[in-house]
Every structure is written in C-alpha cells, then in structure tokens.
Design a protein around this ligand. Structure first.
Ligand SMILES: CC(C)(COP(=O)(O)OP(=O)(O)OC[C@H]1O[C@@H](n2cnc3c(N)ncnc32)[C@H](O)[C@@H]1OP(=O)(O)O)[C@@H](O)C(=O)NCCC(=O)NCCS
Length: 153
C-alpha cells in the first residue's frame, strides 16, 4: 500500500473569491454523495446547513481529491458535518484520516470549542473510532440510522 507524503497534502478552506476551488469541491460532493450513493435528490444534498458552514478541500499536489465541512453548532461544539469524502481512486491510503486529524488540529488551535461531534453512518463508525471518536447514541435521520460520535480536543 502506498504511503502518503504529508508535505504534498494540504487542507484548504474555500473562500468565495476562489470559485474554481468551490466548483471542484461541489463536484466531489456531487460525485460522492449523489452519484456514488445513488441519491436522487440533488436539493437534499446542498441545503441550509451549508450556508453558515466552513468548507474545505484536500489537495494532493494541487489536485483536489477530497472534501470536508465544519458546522459551528454552539459555543463549545463543532460538528464535522458528514461531508468528509475522498475520490474513489484515492481511498484507503490515509487521506480521509488526514482530513479528520487536520480538522481536529484546526479546531484545537482556534480554541473556540472543546468537543467535536459528527453523525456517522454504520459502515463508517470504525473509521471514526480509529481516529479517536467515541460512539454516543444511535438516531434516525430521514429513516437512515446514524450514530452520534464525539471527541474532546
Ligand atoms: C470515509 C472516507 C472519507 C474514508 O477515506 P479514506 O481516504 O479511504 O480513509 P483512510 O485511508 O484514512 O482510512 C480508510 C482505511 O484505510 C486504512 N489505511 C489508511 N492508510 C493506510 C495505509 N497507508 N496503508 C494501508 N491502509 C491504510 C485505514 O486503516 C482505514 O481502514 P478502515 O476502513 O478499516 O478504517 C471514504 O471512504 C469516502 O469518501 N467515503 C464516501 C463518503 C462517506 O461515506 N463519508 C463519510 C460520511 S459519515
């Protein structure tokens, strides 16, 4: 298995003055969360949660290969808004883990929140557990079972 070179990887926050990066970000979300997951409701993917959120892309040697989103819920909790994604051809090389760890570092450095939460689908729970998250409770969103997970930073 190929090992990742961390110095060629960077997680960049998207700014409105960078529409090229924004379009690449939206394209990956479209590919992963609509096409790959076979969801038909495009307007269900892009909605009000996105407006106050911070959006990130993962670049590998200047190629955008992943996405993430942070939602500031209240004073002490930041949610990794279930949009961590890596393009299919780049999976299982540590890039997804890199994104989550980098987000945790960013949150820790800002010192605005001490708890990071997320809702994980069943097949991603172990991925997040390996990164240090603890499963708290299972709930249903639109009849899909998801597990609320947290980590202290
Ligand atoms: C979930 C997702 C982001 C993970 O991305 P990824 O880049 O494959 O993640 P990683 O490579 O860090 O970890 C995946 C696996 O590869 C393994 N791995 C990581 N680096 C490795 C390396 N250098 N060598 C061998 N194996 C490695 C990890 O142990 C991990 O194993 P696990 O799946 O049993 O936990 C990706 O599968 C994805 O985009 N899925 C679709 C969208 C999605 O479901 N997002 C989550 C919403 S809750």
């Amino acid at each position: 298995m190929e090992l990742i070179q961390q110095d060629s990887l960077s997680l960049k926050q998207i700014r409105l003055y960078n529409p090229l990066l924004l379009s690449k970000y939206l394209n990956i979300r479209y590919k992963v969360f609509i096409c790959e997951m076979n969801r038909r409701i495009i307007f269900g993917e892009f909605h009000f949660n996105d407006l106050p959120a911070r959006h990130y892309v993962l670049q590998l040697n200047n190629k955008v290969i992943g996405t993430a989103r942070l939602i500031y819920e209240d004073k002490n909790i930041v949610r990794i808004g279930s949009r961590v994604a890596i393009l299919e051809n780049y999976r299982n090389k540590g890039y997804g883990g890199f994104i989550v760890n980098r987000l945790l570092e960013i949150i820790k450095d800002e010192n605005l929140a001490s708890v990071v939460s997320l809702f994980s689908e069943d097949n991603r729970i172990d991925f997040y557990k390996r990164l240090g998250f603890v499963a708290r409770e299972k709930i249903f969103t639109f009849s899909v079972p998801v597990t609320y997970m947290v980590i202290n930073v």
